[in-house]
Design a binder for this molecule. Structure first.
Ligand code: HEC
Ligand code: HEC
Length: 178
């Protein structure tokens, strides 16, 4: 390449990169709150007893602890074959809240102290804060919900990684207006 053509070319690459970055930003705003589950093995193994919580709902250090304690997982044995364990752990850690840029994942990660590694999404400060106004009569004392861990009972599009307030339907109560 002739040297006098070099700088305009670089500037051109810069422009393309900038416009791509802008498109990416828009995508994040209109896209899901967290990326939907993309590993069928995870869906199958970690979605059999409860909703397959997306990796973006907890930081990597939390997922590492969850995976380290599967033999006594909230009172259940959720142990996996070694190869499956490794694949799921890699998937969770790689896509964890503190490793991705999806808007809700970023907020979850930011709400936690640097060392905090809650085992529960429902103990993450951001998640606690978001649900603070919902009375127990609609969660714990609601037979169709049972606990805040049961995301899909109220968030109709949780499976696709969307937790928008417009897509909430609390059993026996309906939409949430605040
Ligand atoms: C044998 C059933 C079972 C399997 C399989 C299972 N879990 Fe769980 N999990 C539970 C139970 C029970 C709870 C506690 C639920 C509650 O308190 O309402 C739980 C809770 C959780 C929570 C906390 C939810 C909250 O309250 O915020 C996470 C995170 C979680 N599981 C991740 C996983 C992962 C990752 C896997 C796959 C490696 C997995 N689970 C597989 C039974 C299971
Ligand atoms: C009892 C029904 C119910 C359950 C169960 C529930 N949520 Fe929610 N969630 C709500 C309501 C209602 C709001 C809106 C609260 C408000 O704005 O005052 C909300 C808000 C949110 C928001 C913020 C959305 C926004 O637009 O600001 C997120 C993220 C979220 N929930 C995630 C979860 C996750 C993850 C779980 C499961 C671990 C869960 N929720 C379980 C009812 C529920």
């Amino acid at each position: 390449m002739h040297i006098k053509n070099f700088w305009p070319l670089l500037a051109g690459i810069g422009l393309v990169a900038t416009s791509l970055a802008v498109v990416g930003d828009d995508d994040r705003r209109s896209g899901p709150d967290v990326a939907p589950v993309s590993l069928p093995l995870y869906q199958q193994e970690c979605g059999s007893c409860h909703f397959a919580y997306q990796p973006g709902l907890l930081p990597a250090r939390s997922w590492a602890q969850v995976m380290a304690g599967l033999s006594d997982h909230f009172g259940d044995n959720a142990e996996l074959a070694q190869a499956d364990h490794q694949a799921i752990q890699d998937y969770l850690l790689y896509n964890a809240a503190d490793r991705v840029r999806d808007r809700r994942a970023v907020k979850i990660a930011r709400s936690l102290q640097a060392e905090a590694a809650p085992l529960r999404i429902t103990e993450v400060p951001y998640v606690v804060h978001k649900h603070r106004e919902i009375p127990a009569s609609l969660i714990k004392d609601n037979a169709k919900v049972g606990s805040l861990s049961n995301c899909t009972a109220c968030h109709t599009r949780a499976d696709s990684g969307s937790f928008s307030e417009r897509e909430i339907n609390i059993p026996g109560h309906g939409q949430w207006d605040d």
